[in-house]
Design a protein around this ligand. Sequence first.
Ligand code: GLC
Ligand code: MG
Length: 680
Amino acid sequence: MSSATNNGQMELEETIRNPGYKDAVDGGSAADASSSGTGERRDATAVKLDAAADEYTQVKPYAGMPKEVLLLHSSRARYRVPREILFWLIVCCTLALVAVTITIIALSPPCLRWWHITPVYQVYPRSFKDSDGDGVGDLKGIKEKLDHFLDLNIKAVWISPFYRSPMKDFGYDVEDFRDVDPLFGNMQDFEELLVEMHNKGLKLIMDFIPNHTSDRHRWFNLSRTRDPQYKDYYVWTDCDPAFPKPNNWVSIFGNSSWTYDEVRGQCYLHQFLKEQPDLNLRNPDVDLISFWLEKGVDGFRMDAVKHMLEAAHLRDEPQVDPDKPPVITTEWDLYHDYTTSQVGLHDMLREFRAVMDDYSREPGRYRFMVTESYDYEEVDKTMMYYGTPLIKESDFPFNFYLLDLPQNTSGWWAKHLVDLWMSNMPSGKWPNWVVGNHDRPRIGSSAGRIYVRAINLMLLTLPGTPTTYYGEEIGMENINITQSQVQDPAGKYNVSLSRDPERSPMQWNSEKNAGFNTQTNNTWLPVHPSYETVNVEVQNKDEGSVLSQYRFLNGLRQSELPFLRGWFCYVLSDTNVFSYLRELDGHKEAYLMVINFGRGPSTTDLSAVKELPDELRVLMSTNTANNQKVFQKSRIQTEAGEGLVIRYSTYTRFHPNHPAQCYVSEKACYLETVGILYKC
Ligand code: GLC
Ligand code: MG
């Protein structure tokens, strides 16, 4: 037998015994066959081989085949091709998935935090609700009224101080930072209030007073007796007991900021009342905020922060008018170069921030910080409290500029005040707006009743977080105070400086004491005579009331993305009208606000604003008769004190054509398909 015949025989046998063999050796055996012989013998072998191969290909892969067989099958086209297709499909799908994920992450805006979304509501605890009939509001009273916040969709409540205090400055003079004053209740009342607030989804922001304590604080008593640990806790200096003015520094409440202390035989500094000695914060201080953070409070309003440090050299401050005799009686007489905004102040606040960050790690437990500093025309100083891009400080410093609206109620003045903040705020930061607090006359009284609704409308449609002082949501006004009724120590020097008028009891209903105290006929300050009509209960029933409009606007603000995340652009300002819009890229609905802060009716022509549709329908007017009214954009009519919210639909955006008139904290482009990402 030739070797070719032998080969053919072996091949055939192997093929029959092992059906996978044929494919593996196909090429080789064919080559062998062609090279190993000629003529009929070769043909016969080939025919036999083909027959065997045919037989082989009909044998299907079988369970339990050895690895070698499996490999032979797997390299056949009918298995290889689908496998390769599947492989590349998986690769492509994975890449596509990665690309989609990256795109979504890149496009999705960061989640807004709770303090971005809700307005902050300030409760002055003495005046909110008295649960025990002593005439002064208390913590239990606040707990009784939590549903008021829910009704208005307000989720953040700042409560002015309720620490143990001799109440010389109604709680801003703290005797014990770790206790509740019996006037307001006890620690258990506080804990119950906090639990109840958290159960209802409300956040509690406390006041914190880092600058000073009460003169009844344990530290002050130890300091005046020169206890080694506490002797430098306050700012002491030698002085003449007969003329206790070691320099010309003056208190915010008037007159020298120095008082002689007989016990220690030195003068101590107080930038506020003499019963509020300034802490010497350069000394090792005690961590007071962790105590409350541990209890679960959601943030702090840091009081009077610019006063925290003073220059150690204690030199006289320069007089504003150097030609005047050096008889200094008010804070306005001096430049406060040595008593405010001293170097080191921001480091201290950043340390507070760091402590708060430590307590912010759990999801949903972000601890919020807002600072109080009246820097007046030195807006840069205020902006420093925002921190830097790398070092966090307060989430925002209070913006008090709108408190000046009554100085010149007009469209252009409103724009000027708004722009003071917007054009000076570091980019990427979050704005905020305050129109009232326990230190300033109520805006309804100072600007005039007719502007109350328009001011609320502006507050709730500007970008950033609004702060509402209790009673502003119903349009409460100042009470009149006679000299004999003065409670506020600041008003004892000068009744016109009294802050009592804006601290009158909250007006809940038309019953006794406006529902503030239902048990006795005692209220620490008189109730405003308007309470029978200006109260929560009456206004809740009236769809056109200040309260209902507040609720509507706050609802709109929180449900419509352009208000929370969108651009803010100036459209027009004149003697009467301030007009601006809110729009979000990719979002069809945009909002135009037209607010008349003037003294009479006005017709506003916005025909030059080509991005606006010709016809504009009023979604909401502070004058309910004008709801749904349609205006030509060349003739938008408003009465004095009337504010309009106009909703329009277009994908044409205003901000790309007017970049100098527009601001946004965080650029976002709305995608309907991933709309859910915007509501996290
Ligand atoms: C803040 C408070 C004010 C208080 C002062 C002193 O300005 O808002 O009410 O009198 O600090 O603590
Ligand atoms: Mg009480």
